[in-house]
Design a protein around this ligand. Structure first.
Ligand code: ADP
Ligand code: MG
Length: 312
């Protein structure tokens, strides 16, 4: 169990995190959710002491983490970040084995464990063991990052927007894979995300932060049906409309016609929420739509927005 007691991080006059009391129970995934700048990353990095608090404390299995050496602490906590930093000159197996090698574990045990972990994250060991990071897609690299974080078998895993840089399809696939992994391994996981869907899909519990403070912690059901504040209600409410978009294909919002050259394109069967994410990512308000690779029309931001306001 990880316990935050009155945890605080102040930069000059501003509080990045203020008087935070929060418990992360063993074997559960707690999603640390909230808008950009609300203090999620700061909180996470105070847990593994990449950032020192200006007040309060962090207890790991009842022990104040200040009593542990930072290196020791970080070895016991697997860490996954958005753009996983794989060592470019090492192959996949060597990257996954970094921490066990550092700890002087038996080479043959480690090799076996690396293969198990690659299979666990959905990468065929035969195919991927020898590949270099440059030969991997973003989703594959992120899978290797998850395998590496699990390699020393830490009881605790902290993840900061671990799937945030992936395209929607790769993200969905890795979220599914991770949910299966967590069901088997039952780690104590703290996962930072600003993505409500991701928090509700993966979290046993969700802790919603706002401006450095905790608004509510509970099960996804608690937050949706028993919001503790207006902020919680609104934050999750915005998602209700996005959720409806998630249930409908791009084709439902499409204007048939030619696709202007240079537009990013999506398949007509892609869900409309993912299309919205791609627009945000690529900074475009129109996408081309294809069916079996053939251009069939365009979908505009305004068409998706109209749907949102109608259903709100
Ligand atoms: P989140 O991860 O929720 O997006 P962060 O924890 O990164 O938010 O940041 C919380 C707040 O603290 C933000 O307002 C940010 O600008 C501020 N902050 C973070 N790091 C620093 C720093 N090193 N110096 C000053 N302010 C910071
Ligand atoms: Mg952050």
């Amino acid at each position: 169990m990880i316990e935050l007691q009155g945890l605080e991080k102040r930069y000059g006059e501003t509080y990045a995190v203020e008087n935070l009391d929060l418990v992360f129970p063993d074997g559960q995934l707690t999603a640390l959710l909230g808008p950009s700048g609300c203090g999620k990353t700061t909180t996470l990095r105070m847990i593994n002491r990449l950032i020192e608090p200006t007040g309060g404390r962090v207890l790991l299995q009842g022990q104040d983490t200040r009593e542990l050496r930072p290196e020791e602490l970080r070895r016991g906590i697997g860490y996954v970040i958005q753009q996983i930093g794989l060592f470019p000159h090492l192959n996949v197996a060597q990257n996954v084995a970094t921490v066990p090698d550092l700890l002087g574990r038996d080479r043959r045990d480690t090799a076996r464990r690396v293969d198990e972990l690659l299979a666990l994250v959905g990468l065929d060991p035969e195919t991927f063991r020898e590949k270099k990071p440059a030969e991997l897609s973003g989703g594959q690299a992120q899978r290797v990052g998850v395998a590496r974080a699990l390699a020393a078998d830490p009881p605790v895993l902290v993840m900061d927007e671990p799937f945030g840089a992936l395209d929607p399809l790769a993200r969905d696939a890795l979220q599914d894979a991770f949910r299966d992994i967590q069901q088997r391994l039952k780690k104590t996981v703290v996962m930072v995300t600003h993505d409500i869907d991701e928090a509700l899909r993966l979290g046993d519990r969700v802790a919603l932060m706002n401006a450095g403070r905790l608004e509510q912690v509970g099960t996804p059901d608690d937050l949706i049906h028993r919001p503790a504040s207006e902020f919680v209600r609104q934050f999750l409410g915005e998602d209700a409309t996005l959720r409806q978009l998630a249930g409908r294909p791009v084709a439902a919002f499409m204007t048939p016609g030619p696709v202007p050259s240079g537009l990013p394109t999506v398949d007509a069967a892609l869900n409309a929420r993912s299309a919205l994410s791609i627009m945000l990512r690529d900074g475009t308000d129109t996408l081309g739509v294809t069916r079996e690779g053939q251009p069939v029309g365009t979908v505009a931001w305004s068409a998706l927005r109209e749907h949102e306001s109608r259903s709100a």
